[in-house]
Design a binder for this molecule. Sequence first.
Ligand code: ATP
Length: 587
Amino acid sequence: MRPKTPLTGNKRKQVEKLTQGLRGIFVFLFITSGVINVLALTGSFYMLQIYDRALTSGSVPTLLGLSALAIGLYLFQGFFDIIRSQILVRMGARLDSRIAPMAHQVAIDMPRFGFSTAESLERGRDVDTVRAFLGGQGPVALFDLPWVPLYLIFVYMLHPYLGALTFAGAFVLSMLTIATELMTRRLASATHRSGIERNAIADSNARNADILKAMGFAGRAVDRFNRANQDHLELQTRTNDISGTFGAISRVLRMILQSAVLGLGAWLTIQGELSAGAIIAASVASARALAPVDLAIGNWKSFVAARTAFIRLKETVIALAGTVPPMTLPAPAHSLKVEKMTVAAPGSGRVLLSEVSFEIAAGQALGIIGPSGGGKTTLARALTGIWPTLRGSVRLDDAELTQWSDADLGQHVGYLPQDVALLDATIEENISRLEPEVDARAIVDAAQTTGIHEMIVRMPDGYRTALGPQGVSLSAGQRQRIGLARALYRNPFIVVMDEPNSNLDGEGEMALTQAIKAVRARGGIAIVIAHRPSALAAVDTVAVIQNGKMVAFGPKDEILKPSATETFSRPAGATQVGSRITARMSE
Ligand SMILES: Nc1ncnc2c1ncn2[C@@H]1O[C@H](COP(=O)(O)OP(=O)(O)OP(=O)(O)O)[C@@H](O)[C@H]1O
């Protein structure tokens, strides 16, 4: 997913949107951290002055003056510390509010490009990881790190030996940080992958709860989940072991170093090279110099997680961002043309449909038939723009689908998928496709066309009845008819229905036929994928899709008439399908 070409145009803008305005905040935080670090030298200076001035002179006013000054400076430091932590928390929230909708949009798109649901949902978690890191102690360490040299110089000025010792300590601790990074990097990404695999199993088990219960293999499904969970835990334990061990080593080293600074200071004092105040001052300053390094090691895991999450978000946005935003075109009203269209499976790239060409005019309805796995749903996905074409084109009134933005094209397309899924929302929101300004007339029209208006108004809250886990559960046939109403909402130009009658009773099938006739009568195009002939009552044209190819296309009567197989237009190499189709359709 890493982009191989330089970023241009819209993609660059999309990525820039992620970090827009953050540079200014970073500079401000860097400067604030500088002020905090300079003020943090107060302790060392205070010690130096107390031991070397107040104690030696025995002056109480000097002691009181120095103490008052130190308290004032400490308060200042606290004030800047509060500002810095508040900025970091707000920066996390701001980044979240900017990237969360973008990440969610990308997550919606990901399954179309061959990613699993668990992987798509992971993008939402990535946003949480980045925000949690920015709200924690990790960034404080990162902003303090560049100021470590300030303390090193201070200690060096007290005595070069002490400076060298503190520098050596900071160096060893930094090496430990780098070693932690190198040793956990690969493990961290393996842990992340195993987490996704485990969540994918959990997701699939939850979706198949009925089957697991009815056929009694819930236990085996739990075992499968547990195996994936064990693998994940093992990797997590290894990562935690490494960062925990290095964290402990660094803490011990820091304690040793602090004692070593005191010891060396004492030795230098005995040699007459250092004052007693300088020992304490050096000890306080060296501790402060090493604190950010220690904190950085402690927070390394969350830093790596946040960085990886942010890179992943950035790469997904780059990979899935559209190119130039298209201009708004007039609503299509005349034709649907498919020209030498080849469609490949997203992800694997396997060609599922090749060289399909046909044309349908406004007012026509096309029935698509053919054996299972032949490529009918693939054709529906390409006609609605869900899957991109590999070669060739799909045109509405001569403009390729790619010339419409998703939102614009969506207004002209109605789609009823094979597995109808409704949103966890009200019936009204489902039919109106979450439109903020609800058009009650259009919703009722769509419901009446599919013959479900009466059924809906008899529900507890009518059109405002909530569907989903906490709401009303519908039967498969009811779901299919609400899905059909959603596809017909606001009379889109092209309505694609994938096996729309698979769960319908006789009355539902009659409503479907009426709906197809209504689409034709208003100058729209209806496309119906069907296994049962009853769904084709209102179509005038039929295409046969078999083994990823369109093997027949023509008027319904001719295609479905066994004796007329030679008369319909067929691409070169087409087989005689008429008799076999008629036999299958009438089964
Ligand atoms: N997301 C996908 N990724 C890869 N291959 C896919 C995907 N979806 C479908 N296929 C493959 O594409 C081929 C055509 O599938 P498609 O769903 O278009 O058939 P269909 O004619 O609609 O079948 P059915 O009548 O059973 O619904 C099948 O071989 C299937 O395995």
